[in-house]
Design a protein around this ligand. Structure first.
Ligand SMILES: [Zn+2]
Length: 120
């Protein structure tokens, strides 16, 4: 191999690794499904950090945070704050419920599209 070949191989390898890494790390990354009053409010990819501010208009405000592949109730004004104390969730079918606000957060794995399969 001359120097030019080595450079070419290196570029191909870097491109291949760059292409593979998202597949390796995000393959099983789930989605957080947020239900408000049993209606699907939104679907959020756990691989992208975001904050969701929910105000139900009845005095209950919930701040949901997605960070580092986890989702948690960062803050809430509901009585008891059980949802905040639920902590962080990251695995499929784990959930956080805020009963006073009628909010449910549930995690579904990336290849599970049964978003409507929620039972009481
Ligand atoms: Zn709550």
């Amino acid at each position: 191999m001359n120097k030019k070949d080595v450079t070419l191989v290196a570029i191909i390898l870097i491109a291949a690794i760059a292409f593979m890494i998202p597949g390796v790390f995000f393959k099983d990354s789930g989605k957080a499904l947020i239900y408000v009053g049993k209606r699907l409010y939104g679907v959020y990819d756990l691989s992208s950090d975001t904050s969701i501010h929910l105000d139900n208009g009845h005095g209950t405000v919930n701040d949901i945070e997605i960070s580092g592949g986890e989702v948690y109730m960062k803050d809430a004004t509901c009585p008891g704050r059980q949802c905040v104390r639920s902590g962080h969730i990251r695995y499929s079918n784990q959930s956080i419920v805020c009963a006073p606000a009628g909010i449910m957060i549930i995690i579904r794995s990336g290849d599970d599209n049964e978003y409507d399969a929620v039972t009481d």
